[in-house]
Design a protein around this ligand. Sequence first.
Ligand code: V47
Ligand code: SF4
Length: 356
Amino acid sequence: MNNTLKKIEEKVNNNQRLSLEDGVTLFNSPDLLTIGCLANIVRERKNGDKAYFISNRHINHTNICVNRCRFCAFSKDSGEDGAYTMSVEDVLSSAGEYSRGVSEFHIVGGLHPDLPFQYYLDMLNSLKNKYPHIHIQGFTAVEIEYLARIASLSIKDTLLKLRDAGLGSIPGGGAEVFAERVRKKICPEKISGEEWLNVHKTAHQIGMRSNATMLYGHIETVEERVDHLIKLRELQDETGGFMSFIPLAFHPKNTELDSISKTTGNLDLRILAIARLMLDNFPHIKAFWIMVGPKLAQISLSFGVDDIDGTVVEEKITHSAGAETEQSLTKNELVRMIKEAGRIPIERDTLYNNLN
Ligand code: V47
Ligand code: SF4
């Protein structure tokens, strides 16, 4: 092990919190195996040999979005070729396809200029009516803030109404990188990092759990990545409401940022491992296999990761941006990947209850 990592190793062994400087050191170190090894210590301390997956179904109800972030290949303008919006009935029938054994619907979409708040309440109510036992994780903080604006409600009242209609928890999307410099360049219309954090804080205050993400591999600096992780850690200290952190590898194809190269395996593994080390108060680190590929997701189970997400069924956001992964894996495939990595597969529900 090189000397610069010695101090960090000592902190990890003594269960001490890593600083911003430590995070930067980890990103700049060539010694990926040591970083993975340290992350594995924390992973096993928190989750033993368990590796989680979920049977879920993603539903993207509309791709029409007023924000048009520069890294997004999924969104369209209203009336543009390929733009779509599902009616509540469409959402219901899409939920019905391949939904046997599913414990979660994961619903995210664009910021639609015309759909009323009632559409979202109707969607949740009808899903809950038909599938009362399936947890609905839906609407990123960006969507929640938009819904609050169109409904002229506070964030808290918006969340309470969505929860009354059937919303169970909030996914981690829309966080990107909190630094204003980055947001100005890649998603100038999006809510600020502070606003994203405030939506999650409000959700946690009413007892709703959520996830967090970071979109990496575009124009962000190492310091901006570590700053993002530390802001999440600070909010988690305050509320304890986050369940998992999911780094999202930027897919450049069909986006305005297509001159940027795809992320590499080294960076993908490094981010997952560093997240495990920095986010000492997050119970779970998730490798979304759709984004990093099933092979790397499997290896990441020895680099800090304890969750490889789910069966998914149909994925539009990353596949619009050139992802070459399948859109779905069976439960058996997920179990085999986990067992071959020497871990114990646990099928979980959204809130990490064991469904085995
Ligand atoms: O918010 C958009 C990102 C997110 C691209 O909470 C892109 O469990 C890569 O948040 N390349 C949506 N990423 C997906 C998401 C998510 C996925 C899986 C699990 C969970 C969870 C959350 O995808 C967006 C945005 O940050 N995104 N475009 C792209 N070209
Ligand atoms: Fe809209 Fe989300 Fe795509 Fe941004 S990332 S354009 S907010 S769908």
